[in-house]
Design a protein around this ligand. Structure first.
Ligand code: ADP
Ligand code: MG
Length: 271
């Protein structure tokens, strides 16, 4: 997927994305990071044709996504949104089966294929024993797996996930991230996700895109992208970057506000 010079505004006054360029590499995990309100969800919306850019285009398999028919695009790309809502009296099974809608039309009944896709999605997300429960009978982690299962039932090669770990405890966060990695490695899905935890992003991504105020500040492999300078520039947070034999690269936030450089300057001025 090619993101070319995307400029976007909700109101035609204030641009929320400014001439964004990026290439999403097939078969890899790309993670978008950046402060609240910097445009991560907006970019995912443009990339999934849920929002129309003011300028620029998104190209998928040689064709602008705006030119895809809705169902045609829905067979290529599934989205797990940041906030999901559904009537709480629907069962897991029923919700997951909604993922099949893009594959249905008035004339063909592809029941077997539909059933297989739903079964596969339920198995991948380890929801077999929850299939007849309704949403309000599930834990937060299980509910998130239902949304992922619904997207998986679409059987698309590309999966977008907007903050899939938010509101989950550490165990469920890792469970979701391990599932995402498995979908990438075993099933070859191209993943684009938004994460807030930089250490998790380092650990689970092939490529990271750091955004600030509607612009891409830097992108590339985590080892190249994540530096204390980048974190300072993007988040205004001072961090130290460490390497551990077992955990690999990780960072520790140590403060907000004045950067190391400016505190040196303050010291020089005797403040
Ligand atoms: P992020 O996902 O990085 O937290 P968003 O993409 O949601 O950020 O938002 C980027 C900017 O666009 C913010 O300033 C936000 O207030 C604004 N915005 C988001 N959604 C809408 C909307 N539906 N209408 C108008 N402005 C919006
Ligand atoms: Mg968001």
């Amino acid at each position: 997927m090619d993101i070319k010079d995307i400029t976007f505004s909700y109101d035609r006054k204030t641009d929320r994305l400014h001439a964004i360029n990026a290439v999403i590499e097939p078969g890899r995990i790309t993670t978008i990071i950046g402060p609240n309100g910097c445009g991560k969800s907006t970019l995912l919306s443009v990339m999934s044709n849920n929002a129309t850019p003011r300028l620029g285009q998104v190209i998928l398999d040689g064709k602008e996504i705006a030119r895809y028919k809705p169902k045609e695009l829905a067979r290529q790309l599934a989205v797990v949104h940041q906030q999901n809502e559904a009537p709480s009296d629907l069962t897991v099974e029923k919700l997951v089966s909604f993922g099949r809608l893009p594959h249905k039309n008035m004339f063909t009944a592809r029941r077997e294929e539909d059933e297989q896709a739903v079964e596969w999605a339920i198995a991948c997300t380890n929801l077999e024993e929850r299939r007849t429960r309704t949403l309000d009978q599930l834990s937060g982690g299980e509910r998130q797996r239902v949304w992922i299962a619904m997207a998986l039932a679409q059987r698309t090669p590309i999966l977008f996930l907007d903050e899939p770990t938010t509101y989950l405890d550490m165990y469920y966060q890792l469970e979701i991230l391990e599932l995402i990695r498995q979908l990438n490695q075993e099933h070859g899905l191209t993943i684009v996700m938004v994460l807030h935890d930089i250490n998790q992003a380092i650990r689970y991504s092939d490529v990271m895109i750091a955004m600030k105020e509607g612009r891409i500040i830097t992108n590339g492999p985590p080892a190249e992208v994540v530096t204390s300078d980048m974190i300072q520039a993007v988040y205004g947070v001072e961090v130290v970057v460490r390497h551990d034999a077992e955990a690999g690269m990780y960072l520790i936030p140590i403060g907000v506000g004045a950067s190391a450089d400016s505190s040196i300057r303050l010291q020089a001025q005797g403040v």
